[in-house]
Design a protein around this ligand. Sequence first.
Ligand SMILES: NC(=O)c1ccc[n+]([C@@H]2O[C@H](COP(=O)([O-])OP(=O)(O)OC[C@H]3O[C@@H](n4cnc5c(N)ncnc54)[C@H](O)[C@@H]3O)[C@@H](O)[C@H]2O)c1
Ligand SMILES: CC(C)(O)[C@@H](O)C(=O)O
Ligand SMILES: [Mg+2]
Ligand SMILES: [Mg+2]
Length: 349
Amino acid sequence: MAKLNFGGVEENVVTREEFPLSKAQEVLKNETIAVIGYGVQGPGQALNQRDNGINVIVGQRKNSKTWDKAIADGFVPGETLFEIEEALQRGTIICYLLSDAAQIELWPTVKKNLTPGKALYFSHGFGITFNEQTGIVPPADVDVFLVAPKGSGTSLRRMFLQGRGLNSSYAIYQDATGKAKERVIALGIAVGSGYLFETDFKKEVFSDLTGERGTLMGAIQGIFAAQYDVLRSKGHSPSEAFNETVEELTQSLMPLVAENGMDWMYANCSTTAQRGALDWWKKFRDATAPVFNELYESVATGQESKRSIDSNSKTDYREKLEVELKELRESEMWQAGKTVRSLRPENQK
Ligand SMILES: NC(=O)c1ccc[n+]([C@@H]2O[C@H](COP(=O)([O-])OP(=O)(O)OC[C@H]3O[C@@H](n4cnc5c(N)ncnc54)[C@H](O)[C@@H]3O)[C@@H](O)[C@H]2O)c1
Ligand SMILES: CC(C)(O)[C@@H](O)C(=O)O
Ligand SMILES: [Mg+2]
Ligand SMILES: [Mg+2]
């Protein structure tokens, strides 16, 4: 395990150099990895493992779109693709990649198939941390751990195919076999992680729920909408408002920030932008900090998980979700975005 300095704080990380794929293949050579669920993470993790020479099978409900998707991706019914219960029986490591709410419903079936020495793998700390709400309490004689890719399953697969790797965190909740650590790290490498950093189940779910509700998706959409609306109300056109709010960020500045950091971006824009950004960022920090604190509290007290479970278990969940997604999709800002994207030279026929 390498110790690295993150801005003055030392942390343990596992890199591909010290834990190469050959070592992961060796650790997992007698295991059958059953990926249960073929939604977003399922395909990314199953395909990366398969391409990495790991013995992986998929468990999915028959007669579903995702069953057909697994077939289209080359999984073969009766050989590498099974009904969920059969995959649970065959697997020695169960990758539980159903949606967090669906994991509750299927838990009795999973538990029944967790015979001693097997491992239960998650990609989120949700089910275990909020077990008073989920009822997910694994038997004591199985390993329980997580590898949580820090990004979408879509990016996990895309980056793997480009020879890159998404970072993941890993955590061990229960080490029944004495092999939990080598098993979880081997899986982390096998699913295509760039490197792995240590966490625990609670920290993973608290930070993940905060991040996706915050700067990764919730806060950023809120800030986009606020700036776009102000520009529009002051008479700017949709294309001007969209370009100055979203398009420039994603197409020009964020790739540079990803490469070099925001400090470099601040040092490499006009002196005018530099002065303004330096003057204004702390105001935005101070204005939003109370909202982030409120958000973290809501996560830590279990309100966010409760809301997610409650809304996901309603019978009209999909219809209600579609109404909310439609509002976003049909908003002027994202409709303007659609036109702006179509005008990118690479998107023009
Ligand atoms: N989506 C991501 O990119 C992402 C990123 C990191 C971690 N995670 C975590 O990975 C796990 C899987 O998330 P996901 O987004 O891939 O899930 P998802 O919402 O795409 O669902 C996965 C599968 O669950 C199946 N499913 C849903 N309800 C079911 C039920 N009642 N019975 C049987 N099958 C059912 C669906 O058919 C689908 O194949 C979650 O713990 C999630 O928090 C997801
Ligand atoms: C991709 C995200 C947002 O990082 C993940 O946490 C999720 O829940 O989908
Ligand atoms: Mg998440
Ligand atoms: Mg996440």
